[in-house]
Every structure is written in C-alpha cells, then in structure tokens.
Design a binder for this molecule. Structure first.
Ligand code: C2E
Ligand code: MG
Ligand code: MG
Ligand code: MG
Length: 285
C-alpha cells in the first residue's frame, strides 16, 4: 500500500513538473512576439516623499497583456526572459518607454524621477551605458531624474565590471539604487566602492515593522547607515499608516507601497497625481 501511494505521489509530482516546464516553454515562445505585438505595458507606482509630503517619483513596473493568459506580472516571465536572453530586448524596450514617459512629465513641468529596474543580464550586456546615454540625449532628460534599480546580488556577479559601469553611469549623472536592500549579500565595503545614490529597503523588513523589534532595529540601522554614507532611502511595501509614521519619524526619505497606490496604467497615474498633488508638484518655472 505504502509503495503504491508513493508511486502515485511521484506521478503527480512529475506531471505537475512537466506541465510547469511546458508552461515555461510556451511563455518563452510567446515572449518572442510580445514586443512586436505591443503586449507589454509599463505601470507606474508613485513614490511618496515622507519629508516633503508630496510624490517625487515613480517606479516603472512591467505588465504583459498575454493574448491567452490575460495580464501577467513580472514574476511570471522575467526569470524566463532572463534565462532565454529575451530580457535584453525587453529591458531596452522598458528603458525607452520609461524615458519617453519621463520626457512627458518634464514637458509638463512635473518634478518626478523615474525608477527603472535593470536585470543582471541587461546590466552586464555591454551596451547599457550606450543605451542610457542615447536616451538621455534623445529625450533631453535631466540625468538625475532617471534612477536605475539594481539588486546587490547582481552587482556582486562581477564586481570589477559593475564598479566601472556604475562609475560611468554616475558620471552621466543618472541615479543608481540598490533594490531589495538587505536581502542579498551586501558588504559594507562594496557600498562604499560603488557610486550608489539610493537604497531601497526590502519590503520584508517593512511588513513586520510595527510588531517586530528586530525589524525596527534593522530598519533604524539601515537609515543611520544611509545617512552616514549620504545615500537617499526608499522603504518598499509600505501598507499601513503605522509603518509610515515610524519611517517618517526615523527620517526615511521616501515610501512606496499599497498605502499610497499600487502600480497604475499611465492614464490612471496621471489622474492620481492630478487629484493628489498637482499644484505642489510643479517645478518653479
Ligand atoms: P521590485 O523592483 O522590488 O518592485 C516592487 C514590487 O513590489 C512590485 O511588484 C510592486 O507591485 C510590489 N509592491 C509595491 N508596493 C507593495 C506593497 O505595499 N505590498 C506588496 N505586497 N507589494 C508591493 P511587481 O510589479 O510584481 O514586480 C516584481 C518584480 O519584478 C520587481 O520587484 C522587479 O524586480 C521585477 N520587475 C518589474 N518590472 C521590471 C522591469 O521592467 N524589468 C526588470 N528587469 N524587472 C522588473
Ligand atoms: Mg525595483
Ligand atoms: Mg524592490
Ligand atoms: Mg522588492
């Protein structure tokens, strides 16, 4: 009996695994036509400045309108795109779309920065610098309003290359943020070595901020360190006013999360800004 049961379990496991493989293979095939088919869309999640009490930026987050599966979140396809190399084409599209949007904001005198996620493969592809340089000039962007988000683990893949590229990007004037800070193998030495401008504290530390003494201490320590190193800070995944209050009191710069808004389509994002703060967000002309 026991043997028979085990056999069944293995069969179920195998067929689940097999269909997961088939699914991934299908996603990979579908990715090839997704860009040409205009199936990707950038959504924008507002970033709230806790000290200035206004929205000062947004993070561009990709969504895929899959012809059969509906709207897919990056968790369903970014890894597959990364493994198959498709991420380079997707990443280039994302950067371009985000810069085009940033240009529109600038055109409307909105003082907003644009945060764009850069994957490891794209970072080490050899033409990120060129792409960024071209986009800055094509869209006449203020360089510091473009912020590239990279994870610590990515930077560590090739420290020498990463140091040089970060240096070059910093010389262009664009911002560099460490995404999901605290979850990778960060060494304080590298934080000093890379010309980083911002840390984004991972949401795992924010979610239990008001119940966990340890998380509060960790977040306070990260904030103190960022202050000392002259880095700006964004807390990810802020969902409650208690979390917001703690972060504002601890002098964290910026907050991002469902407390303010999820990522929105462009039209909804504009509407959101219009309703929540347009006058205060104008640049002095
Ligand atoms: P991330 O860069 O850490 O982005 C933040 C993620 O947290 C987003 O998920 C966002 O919707 C979600 N989030 C925001 N506020 C809250 C909150 O209050 N609570 C909770 N539970 N979640 C919140 P999303 O859009 O599914 O993106 C997941 C990841 O996919 C991103 O994590 C990023 O690493 C990657 N990604 C997204 N867009 C791109 C892209 O254009 N290129 C690349 N290479 N990666 C991307
Ligand atoms: Mg990010
Ligand atoms: Mg993040
Ligand atoms: Mg995160």
């Amino acid at each position: 009996h026991a043997k028979k049961k085990q056999g069944t379990a293995i069969q179920i496991f195998n067929s689940t695994l097999l269909s997961a493989f088939k699914d991934d293979a299908q996603i990979e095939r579908d990715l090839h036509t997704a860009i040409r088919g205009r199936q990707f869309e950038l959504y924008y999640q507002p970033l709230w400045d806790l000290q200035q009490n206004r929205y000062t930026g947004a993070e561009a987050l990709i969504r895929w309108h899959h012809p059969k599966k509906g709207v897919l979140f990056p968790g369903a396809f970014i890894d597959i795109a990364e493994q198959s190399g498709m991420i380079n084409a997707i990443g280039a599209w994302v950067l371009e779309a985000a810069c085009r949007q940033l240009n529109l904001w600038q055109h409307h005198n909105l003082d907003m920065s644009m945060h764009v996620n850069v994957s490891a493969r794209q970072f080490f592809s050899g033409n990120l610098y060129e792409q960024v340089w071209q986009l800055l000039s094509r869209y006449r962007l203020r360089p510091k309003s473009l912020i590239l988000e990279i994870t610590e683990t990515e930077l560590m893949e090739d420290i020498r290359y990463a140091t040089n590229l970060c240096q070059e990007l910093a010389e262009l004037g664009v911002g560099l943020a460490i995404d999901d800070f605290g979850t990778g193998y960060s060494s304080m030495r590298y934080l000093k070595q890379f010309p980083i401008s911002k840390l984004k504290i991972d949401r795992s530390f924010i979610s239990d901020l008001t119940v966990s003494h340890e998380s509060r201490e960790i977040v306070s320590a990260i904030i103190a360190m960022a202050r000392a190193l002259n880095l700006s800070l964004t807390a990810e995944g802020v969902e409650t006013t208690d979390q917001e209050t703690f972060l504002a009191k601890s002098l964290c710069d910026q907050a991002q999360g469902f407390l303010y808004s999820p990522a929105l389509r462009e039209a909804e994002f504009s509407q959101f800004l219009y309703e929540n703060q347009v006058p205060a967000n104008r640049l002095p002309v």
